[in-house]
Design a protein around this ligand. Structure first.
Ligand SMILES: Cc1ncc(COP(=O)(O)O)c(C=O)c1O
Length: 357
C-alpha cells in the first residue's frame, strides 16, 4: 500500500503531463512497450502495435462486443461463463454456443462454427476455478484456425497459481507453432486487478495489430483514454519489480485462505456438495449432491443465515443451471471463511428440510 502511494505521488510530481492530462487512446507508449516485453518470448514477438491499454479487463470485454457483435450474433463461450462478460455482451442479445471444456464430448470446432468469437478463461476460471488442460488449449487453437473464429483468452487469474506448474498460454502455444511478429487469432486479455489493485482499473489486450487498431477506434467513443495516473503507477510498478516482489506474499495469503475454506467445506459440507480443491485463482465451485437443491433459493436462505454465495444460474446466459454455487476464498480471513461455511451448511440443511416438508 505504502509503495503504491509513493508511486502515485511520484507520478503526479515527476510526470504531471502524463498523469493528469489526456493519454493517447491506445495507452502510454512506454506502458504498451512494457506489456509487450513482459509477454514476449522468442516465438511470440510483440511490439506496442500488439498492445492496447484498457480501463480494466471489463473494458476489453465491452470493446469485443462493440467490435464483433450485432443483434443476435453468436458467441462460443466456455460454460459456465464469467457473469461480467455475459453482462458486457447482453445489449446485443447474443446467442451462445456453450462449451463445457471439461466434458469428454466437448467439440469446440462445432461451437465456433458461425460464432463471432470464442470466449474462454483457461486459468482458474471465474466461476469454476478450474484449469483448461494443454490438450484442450491446443484443440481450441486448432478450431479457431479451422473456423476463422477469434479466440479470446481472458487471463486475470493466471498468476494466482498455488500448486504445480503453470500451463502454457494459448497465445504462447499459437506462437510456438507460428513464430514471428504476432498476427494470430488469439486475443489475450490481462489486468492488474488481481495482482495489484482492482481500483486502478487497468487492463490490456494483446492481439494482432488490426484487432488493436479496431479496438482503439471503439475505445475512442467510450472513454477517450484510460487514466494517465493509473497507467503511470502501473508502468512504475511493473518496471520497478513491485508486482514480482509482492507476489510471494499474495500467493501465501490466498493459498492459506483456500486451504481454510476447503478444510471447513470438508468438515461441514461433505455430505451436501461435491467440489474439487482448485490449484489457483479465487473460487471453489461446488455442486449440490441433491439435484433438487435450488441454489437460487439457497442464496436467499443463506442471506437469512448471514452468508452470501453466488448461485450457478447467474453464470449461464439463459439463467439455467440451478444446482451449483461459487464460493470466493480470497476476500476473507480463515476464521470468517470457516464461520461462513458453517452457516452455509446450516442454511443448506434448513432448505433441504423445507423441500422434504
Ligand atoms: C474472468 C474475468 N474477466 C475479467 C474480469 C474483469 O476484471 P477487471 O475489470 O477488474 O480488470 C474479471 C473480474 O473479476 C474476471 O473474473
Amino acid at each position: 500500500m505504502a509503495e503504491l502511494a509513493a508511486l502515485a505521488e511520484n507520478a503526479v510530481r515527476e510526470h504531471p503531463a502524463e498523469a493528469l492530462g489526456y493519454s493517447p487512446i491506445d495507452g502510454l507508449p512506454a506502458l504498451r512497450d512494457q506489456i509487450a516485453a513482459r509477454f514476449a518470448t522468442p516465438e511470440l514477438q510483440l511490439s506496442r502495435e500488439n498492445v492496447l491499454i484498457t480501463t480494466g479487463g471489463m473494458q476489453a470485454l465491452e470493446l469485443l462486443g462493440k467490435l464483433f457483435l450485432e443483434a443476435g450474433s453468436t458467441i462460443a463461450a466456455q460454460s459456465p461463463a464469467y457473469l461480467g462478460a455475459l453482462d458486457a455482451w447482453r445489449p446485443s442479445h447474443p446467442r451462445y454456443h456453450a462449451m463445457d471444456l471439461a466434458a469428454a464430448d466437448c467439440d469446440p470446432h462445432r461451437a465456433m462454427d458461425g460464432a463471432r468469437f470464442a470466449y474462454t478463461v483457461p486459468n482458474f476460471s471465474n466461476p469454476t476455478g478450474k484449469l483448461v488442460g494443454t490438450a484442450m488449449r491446443k484443440t481450441l487453437i486448432a478450431a479457431a484456425e479451422a473456423t476463422g473464429c477469434w479466440l479470446v483468452e481472458d487471463d486475470p487469474y493466471g498468476m494466482l497459481h498455488y500448486d504445480g506448474t503453470p500451463l502454457p498460454s494459448m497465445i504462447g502455444l499459437y506462437a510456438k507453432a507460428h513464430p514471428g511478429p504476432y498476427r494470430g487469432p488469439v486475443i489475450y486479455l490481462g489486468t492488474v486487478s488481481k495482482e495489484l489493485a482492482p481500483g486502478l482499473r487497468l487492463g490490456w489486450v494483446i492481439a494482432a495489430p488490426e484487432v488493436i487498431t479496431a479496438m482503439t477506434t471503439a475505445k475512442q467513443g467510450g472513454d477517450l483514454c484510460t487514466s494517465g495516473l493509473c497507467q503511470r503507477i502501473v508502468l512504475d510498478a511493473l518496471s520497478s519489480g513491485l508486482t514480482e516482489r509482492i507476489r510471494p506474499a499474495t500467493l501465501a495469503l490466498y493459498r492459506a485462505r483456500r486451504d481454510a475454506l476447503c478444510r471447513a467445506m470438508s468438515d461441514h459440507l461433505g455430505d451436501l456438495f461435491d467440489w474439487e480443491v482448485p490449484v489457483g485463482g479465487m473460487f471453489v465451485w461446488a455442486t449440490a449432491k441433491d439435484p433438487a437443491l435450488d441454489t437460487d433459493r439457497l442464496l436467499r436462505t443463506g442471506l437469512d443465515h448471514g452468508v452470501c454465495i453466488s448461485p450457478s444460474s447467474v453464470f449461464d446466459p439463459e439463467g439455467r443451471n440451478h444446482n451449483a454455487i461459487r464460493l470466493n476464498f480470497t476476500l476473507n480471513p480463515p476464521e470468517k471463511l470457516a464461520e461462513g461455511i458453517r452457516r452455509l451448511a446450516e442454511a443448506t440443511r434448513s432448505l433441504l428440510l423445507e423441500n422434504a416438508a
